[in-house]
Design a protein around this ligand. Sequence first.
Ligand SMILES: [Zn+2]
Length: 165
Amino acid sequence: MNHDVEIQNKKIDDLNYIKWMKCILRRSDEVGKRELPITAFIIDDKGRCIGRGSNKRETNNDPLGHAELIALRQASWIKNDWRFNECSLIVNLEPCTMCAAALVQARMGHVIFGAKDIKRGGFGGTIDLSKHVSAHHRMNVIGGILDNECKKKLKIWFKKLRSQK
Ligand SMILES: [Zn+2]
C-alpha cells in the first residue's frame, strides 16, 4: 500500500472512531441514570457494530458486568467466533485490567478509548497488558479519542453522585 493511501485510510479510521465515540457520549446521560456511564462498541472490519455493552454492575450486582465484557459476549455470539483480530473495540474510558486481559484473550485487533484511567487502566494507566509478555498477538491501542469530552462527562457524573449522598 502506498504511503498516501495508508495515511488517508488512517484518517478515515480516526473519523469513524470519532463518530462512534460521539454516539457513546450522546447516550451517556441515559446510561448514567443508574451506572457509571461507560459504553463499549465492537465494530467489525466492514464498519458494522456487532456488539454493544454498558455498565451493568449495579443493575445486576455483577462484578463482571463491565461494558467491554458485555459487548464481547454479544459480539462473539453474533460472530460465532471468539477471535476478534479484524475488529475494533471503542469505549469512553480506558479499560480496567480485567477487561484489558479479556480483550487480549479475545485477540482484539484495535482498542480505541477516550479518557485515560490512571487508577485502574489496563492499557497504560497502571499496566499495559497489550505489551505484556502474556499478550501473544499484536494489538493496536489508541487512547485519547475525544479525551476532553469523555473526561467531562465522567467528571459531571461523579459530581452528581457526590451531591446525592
Ligand atoms: Zn473493566
